[in-house]
Unconditional design. Structure first.
Length: 367
């Protein structure tokens, strides 16, 4: 029996996606493993996430050329070395209440003879995979989000590379911050969860870290900076998540656009914090939004390894007919969780255990 696996990447891109697609393809098509399996596979990539399955016209060869990519071991051989996603991505939501195209997706999957869809994404992309599963489509999920806020897994692809970018950029900033005796406020991604700011700030020795899970008080930030005055240190690095909020205020929005999943674009908190610091303390302050640099570049060793393990596990799940589930890492072991359980509850920083609300930083005691 031959089955057709379709792989797609949805939502924001990140390093590690190409590696996972490579390992889905390689393990599905492995000739040694094939001898032991009762099923053999063919693998295709769907271009541009769920948009590919909405837009493709199975009866039009040009449209199929545009949205369907034949994948084999030779094609994906070098993919794990590269960031981004060679398949392309989108934030298309086939179940959007304003424009529900889920029937079209189900029909296209049938017409194209696709047996299983492997979806790589965060809560939105996997939410679609779960809804399709409920409609009878066989789906398997692979976790990816630089925010690392997916519940049910200790790791999501892209996070480690992004933390490394934050650390490297802060290392660079320190020299100029020191030369000019300035405060630098660095804005990271992290819409709802502060993992990027917390881990990025902790590993680069930031003086203050502000996260969405704990509203901050601007006076306290200034007080902490004043406490340093007179000491040898003449500059400070502050890391702030894009979703962090000053007491009594909402998140800062970059613009008024909302995507098909109902998310606004966040941005601007670093500029606010830097401005307030100058106003309240007179310390010269600058801000930097790391933005999409955090999603760029080549995958770190950890992202390459996790991509490999997740990709292989996804194929094992197909063979075991574990559909409607997401591959996950729990306490160092690869396992899987029902996609239903990961929706509508993000994995947030546990402020009581992991954040120092006095110093606005990671904790210095784990007791
Ligand atoms: O995928 C989540 C994320 O990394 C968020 O932290 C951020 O708000 C968002 O992506 C921005 O993505 P884009 O600009 O591509 O819509």
């Amino acid at each position: 029996m031959k089955q057709k696996i379709a792989v797609l990447t949805g939502g924001g891109d990140c390093p590690g996606l190409n590696g996972a697609v490579k390992w889905v393809t390689k393990s599905a098509l492995d000739s040694k493993l094939a001898e032991k399996r009762s099923v053999s596979f063919e693998v295709i990539g769907i271009a541009e996430g769920w948009r590919g399955l909405v837009e493709v016209d199975p009866d039009d060869p040009k449209s199929c050329d545009r949205y369907l990519k034949h994948l084999d071991q030779e094609i994906v051989r070098t993919w794990d070395r590269y960031g981004g996603t060679n398949l392309g991505t989108s934030r298309t939501n086939p179940f959007s209440p304003k424009n529900d195209r889920s029937d079209k997706v189900v029909e296209n999957i049938k017409k194209l003879g696709i047996d299983v869809v492997v979806a790589l994404g965060g809560e939105d992309t996997l939410g679609v995979a779960y809804k399709l599963h409920k409609l009878g489509v066989k789906t398997v999920g692979i976790p990816k989000t630089i925010d690392n806020d997916l519940t049910g897994t200790d790791y999501s692809l892209g996070f480690d590379t992004a933390v490394n970018v934050i650390m490297e950029e802060i290392d660079r900033l320190r020299t100029t911050a020191g030369s000019h005796s300035r405060i630098f406020v660095v804005e990271t991604m992290g819409r709802h969860a502060g993992w990027l700011a917390l881990h990025g700030g902790e590993c680069s020795g930031a003086y203050i870290i502000l996260i969405p899970e704990h509203m901050f008080d601007m006076d306290r930030v200034c007080e902490l900076l004043q406490e340093r005055k007179g000491r040898e240190i003449n500059y400070s690095i502050i890391v702030v998540s894009e979703g962090a909020k000053p007491s009594g205020q909402h998140e800062f929005l970059r613009d008024s656009k909302v995507d098909e999943f109902g998310h606004s674009s966040l941005g601007g908190i670093a500029s606010f914090v830097a401005g307030e610091i100058e106003k309240q303390t007179g310390f010269e302050s600058r801000h930097l939004i790391l933005s999409h640099l955090q999603r760029g570049g080549t995958p770190s060793a950890r992202d390459r390894l996790m991509a490999r393990w997740f990709g292989i596990a996804a194929v094992d799940m197909i063979i075991n007919e574990d559909f409607g589930r997401m591959v996950s890492l729990v306490r160092g072991e690869i396992t899987s969780v029902p996609m239903k359980e990961i929706l509508h509850k993000l994995k947030l920083v546990d402020v009581a255990k992991q954040y120092d609300t006095e110093r606005y930083n990671g904790r210095r005691s784990i007791m």
